[in-house]
Design a protein around this ligand. Structure first.
Ligand code: 3SL
Length: 235
């Protein structure tokens, strides 16, 4: 039986062997929720990058570029990190370079994985169906916050473990901890995350509407996957 495991932070990733695994990167608030929304709404490709300067370089080459640090859009870039900004018909067919505080870093750190796919509550059933079909070992990588663990990404990891437990070996304490958290939270996830640190950060920036949006289940039926430098829909 193939295994599912959870890594709570990119800082812990060196502890895991990923070359033969599918890594599911998750940053519920808000990077992977934005990516799923953008691609589902017609953006052709996203180029995730770690550094702001690298993102600027893509912009100089003529691409649209989005840069966020600490929840705020960096001056001079075209887009912020709100899922609402990507539901714009003007973006259909476009390629967008993107850097975010934690989400794009988690993607780039997963570069040695057999496959990198992007998960959010917005596309969770599509991700579950894809993982069942592929039947390979899985690592769910939580982007967390600046190397630390967060509640919302761990809850999503637990939701995947819960959905896949009949088909995959729940191999480690990490997966069990995430699953226990999700089962505790699932009847009212918004209530459970109400006091978490990123909620406070987003509230201080006046962007509460993004929070509810990112906790919608199965709004989109897409599986975004990294293909070289590009993130695009594969299923
Ligand atoms: O950390 C990230 O990658 C971002 O998603 C953070 S924020 O939601 O834009 O503040």
């Amino acid at each position: 039986m193939q295994k599912i495991d959870v890594c709570f932070s990119p800082e812990l990733l060196p502890k895991y062997e990923i070359t033969d695994k599918i890594v599911v990167v998750v940053d519920i608030l808000r990077a992977t929720s934005c990516m799923v929304t953008a691609l589902a709404c017609g953006v052709a490709q996203i180029i995730p990058v770690m550094e702001v300067e690298e993102c600027k370089e893509w912009q100089r080459k003529g691409f649209l570029a989005s840069a966020e640090r600490d929840g705020k859009k960096i001056e001079g870039f075209d887009l912020d990190n709100s899922p609402f900004s990507y539901q714009n018909p003007d973006l259909i067919g476009k390629t967008i370079a993107l850097t975010t505080t934690n989400g794009t870093l988690a993607i780039k750190k997963s570069k040695d994985a057999a496959q990198i796919i992007i998960g959010a509550f917005l596309n969770i059933s599509a991700i579950v169906a894809y993982l069942k079909k592929e039947n390979k070992d899985i690592l769910v990588l939580c982007a967390g916050w600046k190397g630390k663990v967060n509640l919302e990404d761990t809850m999503f990891a637990g939701a995947l473990v819960e959905a896949l437990q009949a088909d995959f070996d729940v191999a480690t304490d990490d997966s069990l901890m995430a699953q226990i958290l999700y089962n505790h939270a699932k009847t009212d996830m918004l209530a459970v995350i109400a006091k978490c640190s990123h909620i406070k950060r987003l509230q201080n920036l006046g962007i509460e509407k993004d929070i509810e949006f990112c906790f919608q289940i199965d709004k989109y039926n897409v599986v975004p996957m990294m293909n070289g430098d590009f993130l695009e829909i594969v299923a």
